[in-house]
Structure formats: structure tokens, C-alpha cells
Design a protein around this ligand. Sequence first.
Ligand code: ZN
Length: 222
Amino acid sequence: MINFGFSSRFGGVSKAPFDTLNLGFHTGDAAAAVAKNRELLKREIKAGSLVFMEQIHSDYVLEVTSENLSDFAKTAPKCDALFTRLLNVGLCVMVADCAPIIVSDSKQGIIAAIHAGRAGVCAKILSKCVLAMKSEPKDLKIIIGAHIKGSCYEIGDMNLGEFNAYKNGGFFDITAALRAEINALGATNYEISKICSHCDKNYFSYRRDGKTGRFAGWVIKR
Ligand SMILES: [Zn+2]
């Protein structure tokens, strides 16, 4: 069985401006509060262990295996996509405007968590992760959580190459770019959240608040 979900900013112990369920250590929040929040998430989703990433806006994809699990659970690996075949390991992606993407391949029993901001989308990290998973499009389920939408994500004159097609004036439509990528992959089983993290105060938004927390997308196989 595969379960997945997305946290909001509520239910944790962090103080303002990280209130309350901040899952990111790199934000400037008290480390003890973040550790407690991660423990709360782990308990909530009944995971044996959680693996987070040290997200670097790259297109690096890593597989969590029985060999590296204990290292990765202790020290988040530098990458922007994780996948695994292991049971009871919660894969987590932290965001505050970037798109959190959860992928599952029911046939192979593989799950993935992907961090896709502007850089990740333009590097097609979703496609690279699916390639690394060696998945058939028909076996894929793709879920994209709350992220900053095209009407709020201003990037000005920045040249995005082929992704300029998803610019509207100075605004970048991450949602449209990801939908096109999913279509190009040939995957038909997908859902994309309509929620804009920048507009909806139930979520952390880096663009809205600057110094703030991170919410997460998670997936686990049992
Ligand atoms: Zn918005």
C-alpha cells in the first residue's frame, strides 16, 4: 500500500515566523523545534524512518536503498529527487512556493518525492526521476501539491529558454510547465493542486514572507 500527503503550516511547535509546523532546518528556526516537528510528522504517518533532502535546485536523483538508508535518515543527501523500493520509509520534500511532487509506480512498487522550483522544472527533474525509476507511463501516479501559481510568480525578464513558452509577461506558470511535462511523459493518472501557496496562508510562502518555514510532501510504502 502506498500513502502520501502534504503538511500545512499547522500542528507543530515552532514559534513565529516559523509557526508552527516548520520542517526545514535551513530556515533559521530553532533546530530543536524542527526536530520535534519532524518527529510529529514521522509519528503522524507511522513511518519507520523519514528521509529529507538537502535541496539544492539541482536535477540530482538518488535512490534510497537498504545500504544508504541509515546515513540518509541521519544526514539529508544533497539532491532534489528521492525514490525508493523500501517499506516504511517516508520520503519528504520541503517547499514554500516550489512544487512538491509525489510519484508512485504501482507495478514496480517504487515511490518518489521531488522538489521542483523554477530550476528543477526547467531541468525537467520529474522526467529525470521517472527515467531513473525505469517506469512505464501507464504505471505512474503523479500528485503535485500546493505551489506558487502563474499569477503570483513574477520572474521579470529572466530567460527560461524553451520554458519561455510558460511565461506570461514577467510571470512564470510552473503549473502549466509541469502539466506539459507530464503529458510529454505520457502519464495520464495525475492530480495538480489548485492551491497557490503565495495566496493561501495555510501554507508557508517564501515569496510572501521571506523568513518563514517549509511544509512538506511525503510518501510511504507499507
Ligand atoms: Zn497566488
